[in-house]
Write a protein that binds this ligand. Structure first.
Ligand SMILES: Cc1ncc(COP(=O)(O)O)c(C=O)c1O
Length: 308
């Protein structure tokens, strides 16, 4: 017989769909010859749609939204946003209306991400970059000015202290010794979640995927409980490739070679930039021989689908 507690919890609809996230050694002759052990925490395996850090961040935010009887989930993002994609899917699964403020002019033709948002019933509004910047400042779930809608507000990328708890759960799944835990950073929320539980157990290295990301240090510190030592985590700003979602022939060639060598699918915007950075640091002998590095695969593969 099923636990009555589970039946009372609507999140079970999602939780029951999840697959296991495994920890896999990356087999690459280059790493072998460098004497470095690279492991991938395969959060991309969790779910075909809400993969990577998406459900990790959303789980307790959505739980809270349900507990305050939110009528609508409202958030913001770019036109390829993995966060909005996950939110629209979750809203549809739970029967909760969703609404999004999207940066820039509406495109003449919707990409696959936007088409999914519409198919899953998300109400879309396109806004100017200056309005978008204004919205970025709103952090509290009940702080959204009425002109943007009435409902539960999720700030960009789900940056909210409640997101940390879900992310922290992934650290508890790892029993393997680890010297460095690496991950890509957008808002830094995932890093804060890792640090909230992993600080002291390994050094945390966040690869910022856009230009001018030094300010993230302040944002991450603001999300973290005070007792977390600032020296337990560090941001690397060197592998943004010119900006968010920008690439270069070297990055794209690296992503292709990595996928062909290891059989692990990655995208260039987040996990690709992080892995490029890790490989470059291996070349520079930043890591000692025999050290164990865990890299988080944060998913996002929906953004590299062929157009439909
Ligand atoms: C695939 C993917 N990886 C990494 C990140 C960065 O996560 P965070 O914003 O928590 O730093 C995002 C954005 O949420 C993402 O979509």
């Amino acid at each position: 017989m099923q636990e009555p507690e589970l039946l009372d919890n609507p999140l079970v609809v999602i939780e029951n769909q999840l697959e296991k996230s495994t920890l896999e050694k990356v087999n690459d002759p280059f790493l072998k010859s460098a004497g470095v052990n690279l492991w991938m925490k395969r959060d991309d395996r969790l779910h075909p749609i809400i993969s990577g850090n998406k459900w990790r961040k959303l789980k307790y935010i959505v739980e809270h939204a349900l507990s305050v009887q939110a009528c609508t989930l409202i958030s913001m993002g770019g036109q390829y946003s993995n966060h909005l994609h996950a939110l629209a899917f979750v809203g549809k699964q739970l029967g909760l209306p969703t609404k999004a403020w999207i940066r820039g002019e509406p495109p003449l033709e919707f990409n696959s991400t936007l088409k999914d948002l519409v198919d899953w019933g998300m109400e879309l509004h396109f806004i100017s970059r200056s309005e978008y910047r204004e919205l970025r400042q709103i952090k509290d779930h009940d702080g959204l000015p009425e002109k943007y809608g009435v409902g539960y507000w999720l700030s960009e990328g789900g940056a909210n202290p409640l997101a940390l708890r879900g992310v922290a759960e992934l650290v508890l799944e790892i029993s393997q010794p680890c010297d460095y835990f690496c991950l890509p950073c957008g808002t830094g929320t995932t890093l804060a979640g890792i640090a909230s539980t992993g600080a002291g157990r390994f050094s945390i290295l966040g690869f910022v995927v856009f230009k001018g990301g030094a300010y993230l240090e302040h944002e991450i510190s603001a999300l973290l409980p005070h007792q977390i030592a600032p020296e337990s985590w560090q941001l690397n700003l060197d592998y943004h490739f010119g900006g968010f979602a920008k690439t270069s022939p070297q990055l794209l060639a690296f992503v292709d070679t990595f996928m062909a060598t290891t059989g692990i699918r990655i995208e260039p915007t987040y996990t690709g930039k992080m892995l490029y950075g890790i490989y470059d640091l291996v070349k520079q002998k930043h890591f000692k021989k025999g050290q164990n590095i865990i890299a988080l695969h944060t998913g996002g593969l929906q953004s590299i689908r062929a157009p439909i």
